[in-house]
Design a protein around this ligand. Structure first.
Ligand SMILES: [Zn+2]
Length: 301
């Protein structure tokens, strides 16, 4: 838990840029983390409907005092020391102030720590909406103060927001005849089908991240890997509550092997020289793109 400092600086794009320069992931603090009992007008107010958030007319996150009288606030954490609160609504009709925007749109435009907080709001709202009843005895669950968790008042079952780890892998091979390194990109059968993306999938029970990488790559493109290196991670707000993406780079075991797609999850897979990647790549705010850009930069002479 994080106790807010007495001063409440305004979160700014400059602050976010500073945080990135220092190599810190931003100042979004943990869990339900602040001690205030009710929002102050200067606190951030995140209003979520499904996967959309209410923003100010200029597209940023509103202060609680800018919103019409709203109830049901849940502590969400802090951003640069400013307490943030979440409330859910069902309608996305014309708001009295601002406008509704998707998390994707916010992530594409706002500084990373702000987008991360917005993503956390969507994840927590989704979890709260889909974890209302005890899975063991069907009683209504009650919030656990100070945690993103609920507990059953009848049988005591503890229900935290559990994370779902997923892995994605940038697979490379040496270019033919000393040419540029090649990167394997795939097109999916569903979701954003127009993008050339990376092999990805959820980790299964009993697997390490590395085991999941090898299994997914084998299942989806019938390739075996040589070395695997951890790259970084990103919370992902779109694919359900609590998805955590872990990115890896890997080299293929047999540089002469060609990918074979399953035709079910993937419709295409091919090697691209890193100096001639397609333009239809994942968005700049995604770890998929960070991986692709890092592999391309590393292979440059
Ligand atoms: Zn129960």
């Amino acid at each position: 838990m994080t106790v807010p400092p007495p001063a409440r600086p305004t979160p700014t794009a400059d602050g976010a840029a500073d945080a990135r320069r220092k190599g810190t992931p931003g100042d979004v603090r943990d869990a339900t983390g602040h001690a205030d009992a009710a929002p102050a007008p200067d606190d951030l107010g995140l209003v979520v409907a499904g996967t959309r958030l209410l923003t100010t007319p200029d597209g940023g996150l509103p202060r609680v005092g800018e919103l019409p009288a709203t109830t049901g606030w849940v502590p969400l954490g802090t951003l640069d020391g400013v307490p943030a609160w979440l409330t859910e609504t069902t309608g996305t009709g014309d708001p009295a102030v601002g406008r509704w925007r998707s998390w994707r749109a916010l992530a594409a435009e706002l500084p990373e720590p702000v987008a991360t907080l917005a993503g956390r709001a969507v994840a927590v709202a989704t979890w709260r909406r889909t974890h209302r009843w005890c899975g063991a005895c069907r009683a209504a669950l009650a919030d656990v103060p100070g945690e993103t968790a609920r507990r059953c008042p009848d049988c005591g079952l503890y229900v935290p927001l559990r994370l779902s780890p997923a892995v994605l892998t940038a697979i490379t091979r040496p270019g033919p005849a000393g040419g540029p390194t090649e990167l394997l990109l795939v097109r999916h059968a569903s979701g954003p089908t127009e993008l050339w993306a990376l092999v990805a999938g959820f980790v299964e029970a009993g697997e390490s991240l590395e085991t999941a990488v090898r299994r997914e790559v084998h299942e989806e493109v019938s390739l075996d890997l040589d070395t695997i290196d951890y790259f970084g991670s990103q919370p992902w707000a779109i694919s359900g509550p609590g998805v955590l993406l872990a990115g890896f780079t890997a080299t293929v075991a047999d540089p002469g092997a060609e990918p074979v797609v399953d035709g079910r999850e993937l419709v295409r897979a091919r090697w691209f020289p890193v100096d001639a990647l397609p333009v239809e790549l994942p968005p700049a705010y995604s770890i998929s793109r960070w991986l692709i850009d890092a592999v391309a930069a590393r292979a440059r002479p």
